[in-house]
Design a protein around this ligand. Structure first.
Ligand code: HEM
Length: 497
């Protein structure tokens, strides 16, 4: 009897799935692409914890679909599952369309971060509701304005000098690890001691706690909503999860309290920028809800800044140095340019940053070839037509700029590293084909922050060292985790000029 009930129920469920699948397929007949009854993403998300490192295979699968589909079907194609339909679009005109019509037709897909949002609350990155996002963005905007970026320049100079000392002692480097430590330190490390060996090897250090907190987020999301609470800390995984969050929150709260009683000008790090910005924004300029950011919201934003800002910048620097090692004539040109702008100084001043035009070109070209964020996702909230195709409500649009940036249609010899192409106005104008920092209102708040860090580090290292390949460099084996990554370390040799 029980067996019969189970069989009947399974049959009904299966029939329902088939029905849904047929319905979804009908909505997307106008699009070329794939229809797939069993979604790889669905499986990957449900993998048990002991093989969790592979959960992000889901992103990898989507990324390879994006490349394969672009070559097979063109710039717009579908991947349809029973309950979900993705439409991949790699078309500069579509990027422009999203930027211009964001609120009318689209919503940022932040559903996956629902579980984390439940415990850390909203921040500028994960908020969906427009009024909440606007309040965070407007309160934080001043921290990222041109006026405050000299603080980032000073912090980066300090940390790059420490790295130069390490390179002086040992010329053979793993640049991914070096750049990762550097961007953590320049952005936040002063407060959290990210560079010290003790901190790196202590599993309870603030930086290791925050890293683990985000890494464990995928598994945390598998717990039912009512269990995502401190009341369930008797389960060892949840105990670890909340203890990691508390370690980070306590550290940020302590700093906030110290800063609030101290002088605003005393501190030169990102946290001070955030606190000062949130304190000084005129509240009458903030729409809807004019409360300043609470300590919890500040902690939430800080966590997000580390995640969104540190790996992205570090990976770009590492890819950039590898490209320079492989293209020695371009490296030489960059060094001469740095010498010309800096003279005998070892590092640029903030005022000199925009004169380092060729270094900007190197950064843009690296981001074009290896965009740290390969694309973005928007959910359609109102049906629209684009190039004679209807995009139904609920469609997940995956905008993959990686495809456009590697297409000869938009960039001549697109796979070549040619920083000088950025001198040509025609290419700069193709900004919707090259959107490494996103498009429209939800584009990167930290763009200038990242640019300052990258231009300073490229300039300071090139001023002092030649960058060489250690071994025969083969084609980079890439994967997409949170960001675009190399599967193996990037080893380079830095010799004094
Ligand atoms: C090379 C470095 C970086 C790259 C390539 C990059 C890329 C991006 C992209 C593509 C987006 C848009 C995502 C979307 O539309 O869904 C974004 C958003 C964002 N980025 Fe960055 N980013 C970088 C550095 C940074 C830094 C240094 C910070 C902070 C210190 C930061 C903070 C953020 C935040 C908070 C958002 C969300 C903005 C919002 O929704 O209003 N990023 N970034």
């Amino acid at each position: 009897m029980i067996l019969l009930s189970i069989l009947t129920l399974s049959f009904l469920l299966f029939s329902l799935l088939i029905f849904k699948y047929e319905q979804t397929k009908k909505k997307y007949t106008q699009f070329p692409g794939w229809e797939q009854f069993v979604p790889p993403l669905w499986f990957a998300k449900r993998l048990p914890t002991f093989i969790r490192p592979h959960v992000n295979d889901a992103l990898q699968v989507m990324w390879s679909h994006a490349r394969e589909g672009y070559l097979k079907f063109g710039d717009t194609f579908k991947l349809v599952f029973p309950s979900l339909a993705y439409v991949f679009v790699s078309d500069p005109e579509f990027s422009k369309f999203v930027a211009l019509n964001h609120d009318k037709y689209f919503e940022k897909n932040m559903k996956r971060s629902q579980a984390v949002r439940q415990v850390i609350g909203n921040n500028v990155f994960n908020s969906i509701e427009d009024s909440i996002w606007k309040r965070h963005r407007m309160l934080l905007n001043p921290a990222f304005s041109d006026k405050t970026m000299f603080v980032v320049a000073d912090a980066t100079t300090l940390v790059a000098q420490q790295l130069i000392q390490q390179i002086d002692a040992d010329a053979d480097r793993d640049v991914i690890s070096d750049m990762s430590n550097l961007t953590l330190n320049a952005g936040f490390g002063h407060d959290f001691d990210a560079f010290s060996t003790e901190s790196q090897s202590d599993p309870k250090s603030v930086m290791n706690s925050q890293a683990r907190f985000f890494y464990n987020g995928t598994f945390f999301a598998l717990f039912p909503k009512f269990m995502r609470s401190e009341k369930f800390r008797f389960i060892p995984f949840l105990d670890q999860y909340f203890s990691d969050l508390n370690t980070f929150s306590d550290a940020v709260n302590k700093i906030i309290e110290e800063r609030l009683v101290g002088s605003e000008n005393e501190n030169n790090d990102i946290l001070s920028l955030l606190i000062n910005a949130a304190k000084s924004t005129r509240l009458d300029q903030v729409p809807d809800d004019s409360r300043p950011l609470s300590n919890k919201e500040m902690v939430s934003n800080c966590l997000m800044f580390i995640v969104a800002g540190h790996e992205t910048t570090a990976r770009t620097l590492a890819f950039g140095f590898r490209l320079l090692a492989l293209n020695r004539h371009i490296q030489k040109r960059a060094q001469l340019h740095v010498d010309q702008v800096l003279g005998s100084a070892e590092h640029p001043t903030y005022e000199q940053m925009d004169q380092l035009t060729f270094i900007h070109n190197i950064m843009n070209e690296t981001l074009r070839l290896y965009p740290a964020a390969v694309g973005t996702e928007r959910i359609v909230i109102r049906e629209f037509e684009f190039k004679n195709r209807k995009f139904p409500v609920g469609t997940h649009c995956l905008i993959h700029w990686n495809n456009m940036q590697r297409d000869d249609k938009y960039f001549e010899n697109a796979n070549d590293f040619r920083p000088e192409r950025w001198d040509l106005d025609a290419n700069k104008q193709k900004s919707f084909a090259n959107t490494a920092f996103g498009v429209g209102k939800r584009s990167c708040i930290g763009k200038r922050f990242a640019e300052v860090e990258m231009v300073f580090v490229f300039a300071m290292i090139l001023k002092r060292f030649n960058v060489e390949c250690v071994d025969e460099m083969s084609e980079l084996d890439l994967e997409v985790n949170m960001t675009l990554m190399a599967k193996t370390p990037i080893k380079l040799r830095f010799t004094k000029r």
